[in-house]
Design a protein around this ligand. Structure first.
Ligand code: GTP
Ligand code: MG
Ligand code: ZN
Length: 304
């Protein structure tokens, strides 16, 4: 009986596709006792690392005999919402949040929403500003400057001219990443430019395909040519703000974190209280007003 290990790249709930260390794709099913957690939630998710054993009699039948502990997960409410979360991708190293410098116009406050979802899921975020060929260098340098100041890595790229693509590819290879961002910013174009031949289904198209084939569980991971994976869908937008406590929103803004212990009240909402270190920092310009505006909006939304 031979054994191997690999990463689950796609699932239907019954049969799982596993990309092995040897670079093969195998179909495997879960051993009975591994199938479900309490409340019937699936125990396995796309992105999980698993060990596999081959059936002694049937060489093409593989069983998943072990699931390695998860280091991260992107989760959303289960369909129907009763039993909490469903994991859409496990073990992501990072999310790439793509916006365009123009066409469509970049919205910093929409970027804040994506970043908060990434932070709440403990996922490292990398900002990609595509289509810089459409604006002057001054304009592209100025875009998302407040996010750069907060510590987020920003890649200013153009699929059209190729600028910035090599540096971005270096950060994507050998890692597991999910792609997110508004429609039309160039996510599909970017992936095809970074990894020709990958033939990704990203964004809207694959969303509707997933709805049609409701057997598909969560996202789908595409193995990259030199190691690593890209998840095509769902991105952060589909996961949304689910599961985030209003009290945790402030901690999802990295530039707020060093100040959170400085407020007069330990349970400060940073909205009305006297002696609030966050509002003082906004007043003197240490925290950008726009970022604070997003904080208030997202917190209100979650407290409602
Ligand atoms: N000028 C310019 N246009 C680009 C660039 N990258 C992509 N585009 C164009 O932007 C449009 C949208 O690109 P897509 O790759 O389909 O965008 P997407 O983010 O995958 O969109 P959805 O699938 O709807 O989410 C296409 O017409 C591309 O040709 C770029 O760097 N510069
Ligand atoms: Mg697309
Ligand atoms: Zn405060």
């Amino acid at each position: 009986m031979s054994a191997t290990s690999g990463v689950v790249v796609q699932g239907t709930g019954g049969v799982w596709e596993v990309f092995t260390e040897q670079g093969e794709t195998l179909l495997a099913s879960l051993r009975g006792r591994l199938k479900h957690e309490a409340h019937g939630a699936l125990k396995l998710a796309v992105g999980d690392r698993v060990t596999l054993k081959q059936d002694a009699q049937h060489a093409d039948t593989w069983a998943i005999t072990g699931i390695h502990p998860r280091v991260s997960k992107l989760a959303r409410r289960t369909p129907g919402g009763r039993y909490g979360e469903r994991i859409v991708v496990a073990n992501l190293d990072q999310v790439l949040i793509v916006f365009a410098a123009a066409r469509p116009e970049p919205h910093p406050r929409m970027l804040d929403r994506f970043l908060v979802i990434a932070e709440a899921n403990d996922l490292a975020a990398r900002i990609v500003l595509n289509k810089i060929d459409l604006v002057s260098p001054d304009v592209s340098e100025g875009l998302f400057a407040e996010h750069a100041a907060a510590g987020y890595p920003i890649h200013r790229v153009s699929v059209r001219t190729g600028e910035g693509l090599d540096a971005l590819r270096d950060e994507v290879e050998h890692r597991s990443s999910a792609l997110s961002g508004p429609s039309g910013v160039g996510k599909s174009s970017l992936m095809n430019a970074l990894f020709p031949g990958l033939d990704l289904r990203t964004g809207a198209v694959s969303d509707s395909m997933n709805k049609g084939r409701h057997t598909t569980v969560g996202a789908m991971l595409h193995p990259l040519p030199h190691g690593g994976f890209i998840a095509d869908t769902p991105g952060l937008r589909e996961v949304g703000l689910w599961g985030i406590d209003a009290r945790d929103v402030a901690g999802c803004f990295p530039e707020f974190r060093p100040l959170l212990d400085e407020c007069r009240f330990a349970d400060c909402t940073h909205i009305v209280e006297p002696g609030c270190a966050i509002r003082e920092a906004v007043e003197v310009g240490d925290i950008p007003a726009g970022r604070y505006e997003s904080y208030v909006k997202l917190r209100d939304e979650l407290a409602a």
